[in-house]
Design a binder for this molecule. Structure first.
Ligand code: ADP
Ligand code: MG
Length: 473
C-alpha cells in the first residue's frame, strides 16, 4: 500500500485538531498540518513531523491527540513522532510500505461514529452471487463487462471514472459488486467501498445537518478507500448540497488515482437537469458504457446458466428455454423471476422425471398474468422495423418491399435495411431475403450509403438518431 493511503487515520485526527479551540491556528499551521502517518506497528502509530521543533510542540498536545483517538474512534494507540531528514523523507515517499494499518481502519469502520460506508444490506449473502464468473455476457453487455473487469484488474489506472448506465435490471449493481469482490481478492490491501446513492444522500445530509466538523469527517471517511463504487447516481439529482459533497469526493478520488465507478439509469448528458455542469463533465471524463437489454442470444445464455445453477436445466425442453428467452427478457431481473416461477411451477405440478416443462406449461403458468412479454418490444424483428420505417416515410409496406427507385422510397428502404442490420442479429443475406432482394450486396450497399450520409449530412444524422431512439423504446 502506498504512503498516501496511510494519511487518513491521522488526517482525521488532524481535522479534529484543526478545529479544536484549545489549539492555536498558527501552531496548527506551522507544526501539525504537514505531519503524516508514516507507519503503524500494532498499537503504535509513527507520525512523521517536519522538524525537530515540532516534536516538543506536538508532545505538549499529545493528551488531546490520544483523547481524540480514544473518545472519537475508540482506539487505544500510542503515538511516536519522528523527524525524517530530507533524504530519508524522499526515500520513504517512494517506497510502498507494507503496514498493518488496515486494522485501524477496520476498527474505525466499526465505531458508531463512522456509520458503515459499505451498504451491508446489499452485500449480505451476496458475496458469492455478485462475481464476474456469474455474469453472463453477450452482445448487450459485453462492453460493460470488459470495462468493469479491466478496472477491477487495474484500479485507478485505466478509466476513471468508469460510468456504467442502462435500464433497471440489466446488471449494473452486479457489475459494481463484482468489481469490489475482484479487487479485494486481487489486491488484499485495497479497500473498496460500495454505496448506493440513496445511502450516500442520507449520510451526507445527516452530516451536513450536524455541522462543519461532521461534514469534514464524512468526506474523510471515504478517503481511506482505494476504490469507490456508487450505485444509481441518478437518485442524487437536484440534491445540490449532496452533489457538492459528491463532487469533492469524486475529485479527490480521481486526482489521487483512486478508482471510482458510477452507475446510472441514464447517460451523463441526460442527467443535466439534476446535476451541475461540472459534475456531468466529470462523469464524461472517464469512460461511459451502456448496458443494453439482453438480445435473444444473451438472454438464452442467461436462462440456460440460471437453470443450470439451480440444477433445473434438464427439466425443461429446449423449446421452453428458448421461449422464456424470447418472451421474458425485457430485463434480467424479470427473467430471473420467470425462471424461479417456472421452477416453482414444475415442483408444484410434481412432474414425472421424464415429463419436461414445455412451452404450453409456461403459457399455462402465466395465463392469469399481464406479464409483459418481449416479443414486440425489445427484440425487434425486421418486419417491425419495416413497418415502422413505412410509417415514418408514409409509404406502404408493399412499396417499401417493391422495386421503385423513386429517391424517397429507396432512401426509406436503405434506412430500413440499415436499421435491420443494427437492431437485429440477422445476417446480411437474411435481411436481403426479407426485403425480397436476391443477394446480400444490395443490403451491404444500402448500409454503406447510409453510413456515408450520416457522416456528411448533419440533418440526416439527426433524423437517424431520432429513429434509433424510437426503435430502442
Ligand atoms: P441493475 O442494478 O442494473 O438494476 P442488477 O445488477 O441488480 O441490475 O441485476 C438484476 C438481477 O439480474 C441480479 O440478480 C443480477 O445478478 C442478475 N443479472 C443481471 N445481468 C446479469 C448477467 N449478465 N448474468 C447473470 N445475471 C445477471
Ligand atoms: Mg442496481
Amino acid at each position: 500500500m502506498k504512503l498516501d493511503k496511510n494519511l487518513d487515520i491521522w488526517d482525521t485526527v488532524k481535522k479534529k485538531l484543526k478545529y479544536d479551540p484549545k489549539i492555536d491556528a498558527d501552531i496548527y499551521n506551522s507544526y501539525i498540518s504537514e505531519t503524516f502517518l508514516y507507519k503503524q506497528i500494532e498499537k503504535n502509530l509513527i507520525i512523521s513531523i517536519n522538524n525537530e521543533m515540532s516534536k516538543s510542540i506536538i508532545n505538549s498536545i499529545n493528551d488531546t491527540v490520544t483523547s481524540i483517538l480514544k473518545n472519537e474512534f475508540n482506539l487505544d494507540l500510542n503515538i511516536e513522532y519522528k523527524y525524517f531528514t530530507n533524504k530519508e523523507f524522499n526515500k520513504i515517499q517512494q517506497q510502498p510500505i507494507d503496514v498493518v494499518e488496515n486494522e485501524v481502519y477496520n476498527e474505525l469502520d466499526d465505531t458508531k461514529e463512522s456509520t458503515l460506508i459499505i451498504d451491508n444490506k446489499i452485500m449480505q449473502n451476496n458475496d458469492d452471487k455478485y462475481i464476474f464468473n456469474n455474469f453472463i455476457t453477450g452482445k448487450s453487455n459485453n462492453e460493460a463487462y470488459i470495462a468493469a473487469k479491466q478496472v477491477a484488474e487495474n484500479p485507478g489506472k485505466l478509466w476513471n471514472p468508469l460510468f456504467i448506465y442502462g435500464d433497471s435490471g440489466l446488471g449494473k449493481t452486479h457489475l459494481l459488486l463484482s468489481i469490489k469482490n475482484r479487487i479485494e481478492t486481487l489486491f488484499t490491501s485495497y479497500k473498496a467501498s460500495y454505496i448506493s446513492s440513496e445511502k450516500f444522500g442520507t449520510l451526507s445530509i445527516d452530516s451536513m445537518t450536524k455541522g462543519y466538523v461532521e461534514t469534514e469527517e464524512f468526506k474523510n471517511k471515504f478517503k481511506i478507500y482505494d476504490v469507490l463504487l456508487i450505485d444509481d447516481i441518478q437518485l442524487l439529482a437536484k440534491r445540490v448540497k449532496t452533489n457538492e459533497l459528491f463532487f469533492y469526493i469524486l475529485n479527490y478520488f480521481i486526482t489521487n488515482g483512486k478508482q471510482i465507478v458510477i452507475s446510472s439509469d441514464k447517460m451523463p448528458d441526460k442527467l443535466k437537469n439534476g446535476f451541475e455542469k461540472r459534475l456531468i463533465s466529470r462523469f464524461n471524463s472517464g469512460l461511459n458504457i451502456k448496458i443494453l437489454k439482453p438480445d435473444y442470444d444473451t438472454a438464452l445464455k442467461i436462462v440456460k446458466a440460471k437453470l443450470k445453477n439451480k440444477n433445473n436445466y434438464s427439466n425443461f425442453t429446449l423449446d421452453a428455454i428458448k421461449y422464456i428467452a424470447k418472451n421474458f427478457s425485457l430485463d434480467v431481473r424479470k427473467l430471473e423471476g420467470v425462471i424461479n416461477r417456472m421452477i416453482f411451477y414444475s415442483i408444484l405440478q410434481k412432474k414425472d422425471e421424464e415429463q419436461l416443462i414445455q412451452i404450453k406449461d409456461i403459457e399455462e403458468a402465466f395465463k392469469h398474468e399481464d406479464f409483459k412479454t418481449n416479443s414486440e418490444n425489445s427484440s425487434l424483428t425486421i418486419k417491425n422495423i419495416q413497418k415502422f420505417i413505412c410509417s415514418e416515410y408514409n409509404i406502404s409496406l408493399k412499396i417499401l418491399l417493391g422495386k421503385s427507385r423513386i429517391s424517397n422510397i429507396s432512401k426509406a428502404r436503405q434506412v430500413a435495411m440499415y436499421m435491420s442490420r443494427k437492431f437485429t442479429d440477422k445476417k446480411l443475406f437474411d435481411i436481403s431475403q426479407e426485403f425480397n432482394r436476391k443477394d446480400h450486396t444490395t443490403v451491404l450497399n444500402a448500409i454503406k450509403k447510409i453510413e456515408k450520409e450520416i457522416k456528411t449530412n448533419n440533418e440526416f444524422k439527426k433524423f437517424i438518431i431520432k429513429i434509433e431512439k424510437k426503435l430502442e423504446k
